[in-house]
Design a binder for this molecule. Sequence first.
Ligand SMILES: [Zn+2]
Length: 162
Amino acid sequence: MGAFDIACPICGGPTTIDPNFLSAMEDPIKKLLEWLERLVAIRKNHVPFFGTYDLYGRVENKDGSVGIDIYNVSGEAVGLHEKCWELAGKPDWHWFVKHRLFSGDHMYLPPFDKYSGQFYNWMVFVSSDDISTAFDPSTDETNSNRILKRIAEIQLYKRSCD
Ligand SMILES: [Zn+2]
């Protein structure tokens, strides 16, 4: 059994944390990583939907009664970190289409791609120096700058393709 591991199309990082691993983490580290699980699904109708990843291609609300399919093949919505969405200026569906940003299986960007497998290798990731690339961008300026740089690259890429 494998989950559909989905990476944030903006920062390229994981959208869920292994629950067994999360419970074993120290509180200060947990606090820095919690933002990874707060997602938003941007849909064609422009109403943002907030929730968490259900491991099967959907962003779902707290009690799991409503879920939005964000998996690439559906083409109906894109799912990403709420904070990455905010850093990008809360763009709507058209922005994601224009820049060809979709959610899909294992689309991790460096350095996250090194830890991708059937399951994301949290054990190795957390004990590596790369862990700082997953720290909350609202409190970690280095990571905030990394994500903003990526957003600038996304916008530049589209311009060069026009
Ligand atoms: Zn992100």
